[in-house]
Design a protein. Sequence first.
Length: 190
Amino acid sequence: MPPHPAVAYLVLVRPMPRAIIILLLSISCALGQGTVVSDDRLPTASIELKRNDSPATSIPWQLPKPNDPLYDAKKEAAIKNDKESHLVHVFERGVFKGYATLTSEPPPEKPAKEMHDTFTPNSKLPADAVELSASARPDKADYFPARPKTHPANIPSDYIPVRVFHHGHFLGWSFLPRDAVATLHKPEKT
């Protein structure tokens, strides 16, 4: 079974089309982990999942042949002919394991925790900020420390990311219904 494409940022990469290398570097930087290393031992458009482990074979990184069980002629043609393809050969400890598609999608955000806090209307706050009620007992760990790059799967699409404050201190980011945020920013009637 080919590995999930999200592992691509931890791999050893053989020179491939410039667009794919830039893609891998941006994934690595965005995730803040792992490194992408170029290595001439790998065939073109190939990745090594366990770059720090010694090869499991005396002749590592051999591309599959038409009679090999994991060989896929259509995928080989796509790698060879399509310069924009993100399809790569996947090796683990030098042994061919299959094919994978590298993507630039960030890993999914952790699910947002459902909270039932009350908020205080405050028209002086920026449109992307809300204030928890004074009586709330928030746990900072329940909030995203930075604005999420993607919308968590467990949050409805009409919810928007907002900065959450309590007693004037920033707790983190959360998601609230767009209409509720607008209501919290309406000027108070006097």
